[in-house]
Design a protein. Structure first.
Length: 110
């Protein structure tokens, strides 16, 4: 039986928190391998709830975190830790995340 999407996404949230709290070295090393940059699509702000209460959009349609300069949960600050996070995130958005691991999606190898 396939796990419901919402449970997969919540599992990802718990996993990131677990990694951040107990496997910080893995998190740091994996993030060093991360390439690209955030495109401010806001997809990762919809992994736990349908929409984070602090997610807003500017006049150009770019995601805007109302807490960006204040306290943000580790899940928000470190996303994506690895390819698994991108896979989770791709469940709710067809446009690719600006970050990637390994080869650039649809682009040349790095
Ligand atoms: S899903 Fe990726 S590109 Fe979109 S806001 Fe999150 S980190 Fe940025």
């Amino acid at each position: 039986m396939r796990m419901p999407k919402v449970l997969i996404l919540w599992k990802g949230v718990a996993r990131r928190l677990f990694l951040y709290c107990l496997h910080r070295k893995y998190v740091e090393e994996s993030i060093q391998q991360r390439k690209g940059a955030c495109k401010r699509c806001g997809a990762c702000c919809r992994l736990f709830l349908k929409k984070c209460v602090y997610l807003n959009f500017d006049q150009d349609g770019n995601a805007l975190c109302l807490k960006y300069k204040g306290f943000r949960m580790p899940n928000c600050r470190i996303f994506p830790i690895d390819k698994r996070d991108i896979t989770d995130r791709d469940m709710i958005s067809e446009t690719p995340c600006g970050f990637y691991f390994g080869e650039e999606p649809g682009g040349a190898a790095n």
